[in-house]
Design a protein around this ligand. Structure first.
Ligand code: ZN
Length: 179
C-alpha cells in the first residue's frame, strides 16, 4: 500500500458524529425500500418494497402490486428488477445491490439469480415462503451458475412490523388478510 492510498483510506473513515447515530449504509437503503412498502400499504397491497442500488443511486424501485395489476407475479422485487433493467438499458446488474423489506420468495430468488444480482439485502424473514435461507436458499445454491452475497434481518423488526400491522388491520376490517 502506498502512502497516498493509506491516507485516502484514513480520510474515508466515518465522521465522528456517525458513531452517535450509527445507521449503516444497508439500513439507510432499507429505509428507501420501506418507503416503497408504505406505497403498497396505502393501496391496500401487502406492504413489501424493494430498491436496487448502483453506485450510490437507486436505479430501480418497486412495491407489491398484485391486487392493482391482478398479477400474482407483481412482487416488489420483480417490478424493481424490470425497472432497473429498463433504466440501465441492460440486463446486466454488475455492482448492484437489491434491498427488499421481506425475504424473497422462490420466484423472486430465481429472478435475482437470473439477473445475476451480486448482492441481496432483505429485512424480515418469511417463514411461509422465504427462499433465501428460510425454506430454501436459492440465491446461494452451489448447483446454480450464480451465487448472491446475502444479508438478512437488516431493519428486520421494522419491516416485519409493517407486515404484521397490515395483516392485523385487514383481519379487523373483515378482509381476512390477503395472504
Ligand atoms: Zn417474490
Amino acid at each position: 500500500m502506498t502512502g497516498r492510498t493509506a491516507l485516502r483510506l484514513r480520510l474515508r473513515l466515518p465522521a465522528p458524529w456517525s458513531y452517535i447515530n450509527p445507521m449503516t449504509e444497508d439500513e439507510r437503503w432499507m429505509e428507501s425500500a420501506l418507503r416503497e412498502a408504505e406505497q403498497a400499504k396505502k393501496r391496500k397491497e401487502v406492504p413489501v418494497g424493494a430498491v436496487i442500488v448502483h453506485g450510490g443511486k437507486i436505479i430501480g424501485r418497486g412495491y407489491n402490486q398484485i391486487e392493482l395489476l391482478q398479477d400474482p407475479t407483481a412482487h416488489a422485487e420483480m417490478i424493481a428488477i424490470t425497472a432497473a433493467a429498463a433504466g440501465l438499458g441492460s440486463r446486466r446488474f454488475d455492482g448492484c445491490t437489491l434491498y427488499v423489506t421481506l425475504e424473497p420468495c422462490a420466484m423472486c430468488a430465481g429472478a435475482i439469480v437470473l439477473a445475476r444480482i451480486p448482492r441481496l439485502v432483505f429485512g424480515a424473514s418469511d417463514p411461509k415462503a422465504g427462499a433465501c435461507g428460510t425454506l430454501f436458499n436459492i440465491v446461494q445454491d452451489a448447483r446454480l451458475n450464480h451465487r448472491v452475497e446475502l444479508a438478512g434481518g437488516i431493519s428486520g423488526d421494522q419491516c416485519g412490523a409493517l407486515l404484521s400491522e397490515f395483516f392485523a388491520s385487514m383481519r379487523q376490517s373483515g378482509n381476512g388478510g390477503k395472504d
